[in-house]
Design a protein around this ligand. Structure first.
Ligand code: FPP
Ligand code: MG
Length: 299
């Protein structure tokens, strides 16, 4: 499998750091779905430059999650105890910095244009994380601000991955950029839905946790719009609070009553369908299948 070539490239980059502790920390990190790698390889094949690009993107993504778990004060990541808990915040931050800076060092020797595209996405990623923190402080119903944050935090790196892959093999960078953009946005929208519909075991992280963390995701914004005044007040009273069984049940029942999950899901599906259509028009069957699988995922 070519995905293995990317894993080996990351391992090589890590071993070049010549630090036993860093190697151990990396070995213990759960790998996740490697969605960005799959996109890059499907678009651009598996030349050395492509494998290197995927490796740097995965390292940047892993770094961002290490930092994100510190920022979110998370206890788990992909079903495992997160590094901020097992090793402490300082180690999680430094491990993120190490992965991130090594990735940038390597990126420089791939292609100046790819380095520009990816580094610009990381600027967006960081702005998005900051916006996420700001938007989570108080209850809001600002859909535009929320969508901008989603784009920056999640879609930007997928967009840059697809665009970079296209650049490396001389394909139409704008089309693949659009594909990555739609897929990234839909990915995070689905994530927000799964937080409400799935249980902790399936998710590998606490369920119904976004609102507790302060994240007023699209389903909550849409729910608020539908609720009567007293229910709105009740919903706001639950924001950033640990939910009792009854309160969690109330949220789920209200989401169901107003068809909020279907509405949110349809919004993600419009983006995915556009991505599918675009890829089918380019004869990229595998890429349209990735988009289809994403909308059907449970975790
Ligand atoms: C997860 O969001 C977070 C991200 C996708 C991006 C995090 C970005 C940064 C910390 C800034 C960039 C930093 C570096 C070092 C590149 P989430 O909390 O909504 O999702 P989760 O449920 O997976 O935690
Ligand atoms: Mg998080």
């Amino acid at each position: 499998m070519v995905v293995n070539a990317v894993e080996r490239k990351i391992e090589q980059y890590i071993s070049e750091l010549d630090d036993q502790y860093v190697s151990k920390l990396y070995r213990n990190l759960p790998h996740g779905k490697r969605l960005r790698t799959k996109l890059i390889l499907k678009i651009a094949g598996s030349s050395l430059k492509v494998v290197k690009t995927a490796a740097t993107v995965e390292m940047i993504h892993a770094a961002s999650l290490l930092h994100d778990d510190v920022i979110d004060d998370a206890n788990t990541r992909r079903g495992k105890v997160s590094v901020n808990v097992s090793e402490g915040n300082k180690t999680a931050i430094m491990m993120g910095d190490i992965l991130y800076s090594k990735a940038f060092f390597e990126l420089n020797s791939i292609s100046p244009l790819v380095a520009r595209v990816i580094s610009n996405a990381v600027v967006q990623l960081s702005l998005g994380e900051l916006a996420d923190v700001q938007l989570s402080k108080v209850f809001h119903t600002n859909r535009d601000a929320y969508l901008k944050m989603l784009y920056q935090k999640t879609a930007s790196l997928m967009e840059a991955s697809a665009e970079s892959a296209a650049i490396l093999v001389g394909k139409n960078r704008n089309a693949y950029r659009q594909y990555g953009h739609n897929l990234g946005l839909a990915f995070q929208m689905i994530d927000d839905i799964l937080d409400i519909t799935e249980d902790s075991k399936t998710l590998g992280k606490p369920a119904l946790h976004d609102f507790v963390e302060g994240k007023v995701t699209l389903p909550y914004i849409y729910l608020y719009e539908k609720l009567a005044q007293e229910d709105r007040v009740f919903l706001i009273s639950l924001h950033r609070k640990h939910l009792s069984k009854e309160e969690a049940g109330w949220i789920k029942a209200a989401m169901k009553k107003y068809g909020i999950i279907e509405k949110s899901y349809l919004e993600a599906k419009v983006l995915v369908d556009e991505a599918i259509e675009l890829m089918e028009s380019l004869g990229e069957k595998d890429l349209s299948n990735i988009a289809k699988a994403m909308i059907e995922r449970k975790f």
